[in-house]
Ligand binder design. Structure first.
Ligand SMILES: Nc1ncnc2c1ncn2[C@@H]1O[C@H](COP(=O)(O)OP(=O)(O)OP(=O)(O)O)[C@@H](O)[C@H]1O
Ligand SMILES: [Mg+2]
Length: 249
């Protein structure tokens, strides 16, 4: 399918999304009336201060968590109609997630961690693919290290290789360059946008990295559970200005 024919397909539609949790201090509203439409092949950066609800939103969009109210439609499927098993199947089929805390399997080596989703998907040359992916993130010398034997930035790159191995339809990444130096950060950003261009993977990135955010087609800002799109509100068609992003961060 050409990019043009898929551009108008909705990858994610969010309507009136709310997330409230009960804490010892009472009810806490984390997300308040979120609405977004993301097209297939789009790239979105979500910025905003710590504690504003960015990771919570990403978890809901990826069907890892359940909203208090509202609807999320992921690649044509309404998440509210699915049970846990169906959500897991949908994630496996369409979604990859790079977690803020990496979530590598402690007992598996770097290579085994990256192979895992490919093996679960029944890919026959999972090991070769995983090796090639780890090479791309600059870790061919660390294939047999366990996560605890890797630095934070190395663990992040293993998590990125694992997220890429099955060419997901939608890739969610929570601070994908948060632990990387600028050279490795740029390399990972290049990989993210190559996947976006070559495989038409939709990117939804949470980031404090303004350089990465500006490479995305759209920039959204989360503030106290409210999401806005400054560029759209200004009636501009180009990306949000650096000054706006600095302020949002
Ligand atoms: N299960 C929960 N129970 C209580 N409070 C929660 C829960 N999950 C999140 N929160 C609170 O909701 C707020 C938003 O959390 P979230 O992790 O989404 O923030 P964030 O924008 O990703 O922040 P950061 O940039 O620091 O990663 C935080 O104040 C957090 O303490
Ligand atoms: Mg977070």
């Amino acid at each position: 399918m050409s990019n043009n024919s898929v551009r108008n397909t909705s990858a994610i539609t969010v309507t009136n999304l709310n997330k409230t949790v009960v804490t010892q201090e009472g009810e806490l509203t984390i997300l308040n009336g979120i609405n977004i439409e993301v097209k297939q092949g789009d790239s979105i950066a979500i910025l905003g201060p710590s504690g504003s609800g960015k990771s919570t939103l990403l978890g809901l969009l990826a069907a890892l968590d359940t909203p208090t109210s509202g609807e999320i439609v992921l690649d044509g499927v309404a998440l509210s109609g699915l049970n846990e098993e169906q959500k897991a199947a949908l994630r496996k089929q369409k979604v990859s997630f790079i977690f803020q805390s990496f979530m590598l399997v402690d007992t598996l080596t770097a290579l085994e961690n990256v192979m895992l989703p490919a093996e679960l998907a029944g890919v026959t040359d999972a090991k070769q693919k995983a090796q090639a992916m780890l090479e791309r993130v600059g870790l061919s010398h660390r294939l047999n290290h366990l996560p605890k034997q890797l630095s934070g930035g190395e663990q992040q790159r293993v998590a990125i290789a694992r997220a890429f191995i099955c060419e997901p339809k939608v890739l969610f990444a929570d601070e994908p360059t948060g632990n990387l130096d600028s050279v490795n950060g740029d390399k990972i950003a290049d990989m993210l946008f190559a996947l976006n261009q070559e495989s038409d993977t939709t990117l939804v990135l949470v980031t404090h990295d303004l350089h990465l955010a500006q490479r995305c087609a759209r920039q959204l800002v989360m503030e106290s559970g409210h999401l806005s799109e400054p560029a759209a509100e200004d009636g501009q068609h180009n990306s949000t200005s650096e000054a706006q992003l600095v302020e949002a961060n």
